[in-house]
Design a protein around this ligand. Structure first.
Ligand code: PMP
Ligand code: GLU
Length: 385
């Protein structure tokens, strides 16, 4: 087997974000809609909590899986009454710990696709084999229980689901979730659900996988403060897991991460104890952006626009014009708009637009995209000029 340094690919989303930032730093007029991170300020209460933690010299290590008071605040906020809670430096290490603890060399982890760019590498880092199950475009790529079941072999150990989904913005509702859970129960699989976008569901209430008691003893639920409280750089995530799995994840994290960041714990705890007004405001800003952006993009002849139900991504089919990587490269070169090709999410032919800039930048990006399509693609033939 090749050493890991010859196998692991860097994060495409983070790489593109870096590239767009470098172009902007070099003086190019770039609208960077690559990385999905909230561009608004974190809650004031969180800032005050960091100041206080520093004044009180809370800069030492905290317990490997988080401080008891922070765990208690997570439990209360999320309504988690069963299972162990773990805190770590964002959702990513918790996902890595979960996969590494559940899957041995050659074991399979099933990934409904398109999927978050880090998932296949997370599985490979653990020595496992990612098995992609591509959803159907006509169902917003939401994978059915039947499609999932067709991909299960004796080596499968877990399903790793993201809900709401990065990159499509689709939401697995209760029925779709139930199908996934039924398959996991039938085949004795663990279910890892990454709910980092749970605060961004635009119509109706979000239903967490935690609401299904039958799967609780094999459910690892991961979430974080990165998106919900605009704290991506502070690195604070949390998970609920059955005791035996939590114990192994805790041991893994004690070696890999040491412990969560002490001041970020305090910031997140302040955020967990706030009322819902911050979250409501964030959601309404993002809903408004989505609606206005979709209206502007619908002026592009030949582009089919479907509003995303969750997260803050638009998922657009460009396959009649170009391949996704080349579309994104040309759009950046010619119009200075940076988007992410669907290939980064195991789904060529599509592009992902993160509406994580203010509405003026988004409308300007839509205008440039319109001009780009008109200038570069003849609509009927899909031929690049
Ligand atoms: N899961 C998904 C689906 C994501 O899009 C991201 C991107 N931030 C993460 C996990 C990582 O979250 P965190 O910043 O909490 O590590
Ligand atoms: N999750 C964000 C994205 O998909 C941030 C980058 C990353 O963590 O990969 O763009």
């Amino acid at each position: 087997m090749k050493p890991l340094y010859r196998q692991v690919q860097p994060s495409v989303t983070m790489g593109l974000d870096q590239q767009a930032r470098e172009l902007a730093a070099a003086g190019r007029d770039v609208i960077n809609l690559t990385a999905g991170q909230v561009d608004l300020p974190m809650p004031e209460a969180g800032k005050r909590a960091i100041e206080k933690a520093l004044i009180e010299d809370r800069t030492g290590y905290v317990p490997a899986t988080g401080s008891p008071k922070v765990k208690a605040a997570v439990r209360k906020r999320m309504g988690w009454d069963e299972g162990e809670v773990l805190i770590s430096a964002g959702a990513k290490p918790l996902l890595n710990a979960a996969v590494a603890c559940l899957c041995g060399p050659g074991d399979e982890v099933i990934l409904p696709a398109p999927c978050y760019t880090s998932y296949p590498e997370t599985v490979r880092l653990a020595g496992g084999k990612p098995i992609l199950v591509l959803g159907e475009a006509s169902r917003d790529f939401v994978v059915s229980g039947q499609a999932l079941e067709r991909c299960i072999t004796g080596r499968a150990k877990a399903v790793l689901l993201n809900n709401p989904v990065n990159p499509t913005g689709a939401v697995y509702g209760p029925k779709a979730l139930q199908q996934i859970i039924d398959v996991c129960l039938k085949h004795d699989l663990y279910l890892i659900v990454d709910e980092v976008y749970s605060a961004f569901v635009y119509e109706g209430a979000f239903v967490s996988a935690y609401a299904f008691p039958a799967v609780r003893d094999r459910l690892i639920l991961v979430n974080s403060a990165s998106k919900a409280y605009a704290m991506a750089g502070l690195r604070l995530g949390y998970a609920a897991a059955p005791a035996s799995v939590a114990k192994a994840m805790g041991a893994y994290l004690s070696h890999a991460l040491g412990c969560p960041c002490s001041t970020s714990e305090q910031a997140a705890m302040a955020a967990f104890t706030m009322d819902d007004s911050y979250g409501e405001q964030l959601k309404s800003i993002f809903r408004d952006r989505r609606d206005r952006l979709c209206r502007a993009l619908s002026a592009i002849d030949g582009l089919i626009i479907k509003k995303n139900a969750g997260a803050f991504y638009l998922w657009l089919d460009v396959s009649s014009w170009d391949d996704d990587v080349s579309f994104c490269r040309k759009l950046l070169d010619r119009e200075g708009v940076a988007l992410t090709p669907g290939s980064a999410f195991c789904c060529p032919g599509y592009i992902r637009l993160a509406y994580t800039k203010d509405i003026y930048a988004l409308l300007e990006a839509a205008a440039r995209m319109k001009r780009f399509v008109e200038r570069n693609y003849s609509n009927a033939s899909g031929v690049s000029r």
